[in-house]
Write a protein that binds this ligand. Sequence first.
Ligand SMILES: [Zn+2]
Length: 283
Amino acid sequence: MPELPEVETVRRSLEQQLPEAILRRVQLRSRGLRWPFQKDLEHRLAGAAITCFARRGKYLLLHGDRAETLIVHLGMTGTFTVYDGAVKRPAAHDHVLFVLADGRTLVYNDPRRFGSMELVRTDALPSHPVIGRLGPEPVAEDFDAAVLAESLRGRRCSIKAALLNQHLVAGVGNIYACEALHRARISPRVPAGSLATRTGRPTPRCRRLAPAIKSILERAIAAGGSTLRDFAAPDGAAGAYPSSFRVYGRDGLRCRRNGCDGVIRVFTQQGRSTFVCPRCQRS
Ligand SMILES: [Zn+2]
């Protein structure tokens, strides 16, 4: 599943390829993705210009010139591709064709159809049931240990579960949660609330974790997202991050931390694989 760095990579690629995206028309080729498309979606998007490609957590926000925003989630297998010219014979799973005024076509393909698209009024985004409830943006300039501690304060779930909770931190998924906890030398099992004091101040572990989350996501963005199955940026470029994973997918292999001779183990938390070095992530 694309996580924040992959979605950011898609956003940057769209922004670069489509600096002036005027939608001549939009063609829906199926009834919906994860949910049915809005009935008036084609009509409302026809003739609109996309003025800004933004992102919030794992969601792309295509802001239009009519005070409306298309919220896009790529689900498990959603991809955007920009084609020069018209797409006369759409491929299987090409569910949405955005025909651009400059003659090109932006195609949304999604074999498993776990993605979503919803057009909303831009000024209603803060009260949107999903977007409005997302936690702090971990690559934002003001994201730090104090912000993270405020999110974790009083939480009795594990820190791993807290990092995956989009209401507490936006955009972090399983891979980068494992990587950040390893980098910060924190056991995925510790209660999330133990990283904040009773008054909501960050503990030393929280002061290690916040910059770890940020730097891992920033490095992944710089590398162009990961090449996990099915992910590719709209220009066809695949990311290069997995080669630098330190725990994810490395069960049975030696820990990559200098001076640590631990062996990476995997176990299941909330149905997701957690990769951990039992030696340097003891508490
Ligand atoms: Zn280790």
